[in-house]
Design a protein. Structure first.
Lengths: 122, 244
């Protein structure tokens, strides 16, 4: 199985097996998608660019405010959540969750997936 | 000693020849005008070109060696690999890319005083040719100036022809007067996979080698035209190119 296929398998598993997760993607620091398990109506260009922008801002903020190295950022909207978690030095795992999501469980699965992804991407 | 390869650079590229030497595990000396590359079991263990030695000589040779070449099978002791072949080829393409960008620039006097005698009249390419300068030193310095916001060309001339940088034969006044035999068939190593191309393209993007990244993504798309991920990557790289 190629590296891309293995990465896709991990995020599809996250998306299918974790309750309330509606989609996931792996995006590198420059906004290039590495793998996607998002719905087809989402614009990949926007997702990639926004992921890179959010990562850049998150890193800047944690550095400027002396909170250590960036690990995760979460945005809450009226209809759900967007969570970005670092998976290695060169990429982030982006996850979309529904409005009533159990965040503790999602964070746990996200962390496990991010760890597996980091190994594949190193 | 026996001659295992011979021909003329230009009819076949030095990159193709090096891939053949590596894939066939050849041991011996590769000679082109003012260029000597030493191989042991297909591994590049030594290089001399145009007054340089080591990995910089290998990169410089990749970009600029010209004329007749031959590979002679002879004893070359094993040694540390100077530079992996794929890195050598990528570095060579990088130099050529940046040369296309910087070559036509005319820089003011004193722009890079110790390295490039800019005079506000000649282009970078003309100075490199005339003064027999090493691209592996000039290009990184120009990149640093640009990154520091200190590169201010006086003017930018017409795009350069890379062939003009095959300086060695021209400056020394030697020409290929002897008839050269037809080039021997060149076999290439195993073709990169779709995955190889895509991950290498992303690595190059991180290094801001965007032209090379774009080409690799196009190559990946030729293998898998329906890949939405690679289509997105290509659009993103093009966007980044506009920004840089």
């Amino acid at each position: 199985m190629s590296r891309t296929d293995q990465i896709t398998k991990i995020i599809r598993s996250l998306s299918n097996n974790t309750p309330d997760v509606e989609g996931a993607a792996v995006i590198d620091n420059d906004g290039l998608m590495i793998a996607s398990a998002l719905s087809a109506d989402l614009d990949e260009d926007s997702v990639g660019a926004m992921g890179a922008a959010l990562l850049g801002l998150g890193e800047r903020i944690t550095e400027e405010l002396e909170r250590g190295s960036f690990e995760m950022v979460m945005i809450r909207g009226g209809d759900g959540f967007v969570i970005l978690a670092r998976c290695g030095d060169e990429a982030v795992l982006a996850c979309l969750a529904s409005k009533g999501a159990k965040l503790g469980l999602i964070f746990l699965d996200l962390k496990r997936s991010a760890k597996e992804l980091a190994k594949l991407l190193s | 000693m026996s001659e295992v390869l011979s021909g003329t650079l230009g009819q076949v590229t030095i990159a193709s020849l090096l891939q053949l030497v590596e894939s066939d595990g050849l041991t011996g000396m590769f000679h082109a005008f003012d260029c000597t590359l030493r191989f042991h079991d297909g591994v590049l263990v030594g290089a001399d070109f145009f007054g340089l030695s080591g990995s910089k000589a290998a990169v410089e040779a990749l970009v600029r060696a010209s004329g007749a070449f031959k590979m002679v099978a002879e004893h070359v002791p094993p040694g540390n690999e100077l530079i992996p072949l794929h890195s050598l080829i990528m570095d060579g393409f990088h130099i050529m890319d940046e040369l296309q960008r910087f070559g036509p620039m005319v820089l003011p006097s004193g722009a890079i005083p110790k390295l490039l005698p800019a005079d506000g009249e000649r282009s970078v390419a003309q100075i490199v040719l005339k003064e027999k300068l090493h691209l592996t030193k000039v290009i990184p310095s120009l990149l640093k100036l640009q990154n520091d916001g200190q590169l201010s060309p006086v003017s930018i001339g017409a795009p350069i022809e890379l062939e003009m940088l095959h300086v060695v034969g021209e400056l020394k006044g030697k020409a290929n007067t002897a008839p050269t035999p037809p080039p021997k068939p060149v076999r290439k190593g195993p073709a990169p996979t779709f995955d190889d191309l895509v991950f290498e393209a992303r690595r190059l993007t991180r290094q801001r080698r965007l032209t090379e990244a774009e080409q690799l993504l196009k190559d990946a798309l030729s293998l898998n035209p329906d890949s939405r991920i690679v289509q997105q990557n290509l659009r993103r790289v093009r966007t980044l190119r506009e920004q840089y």
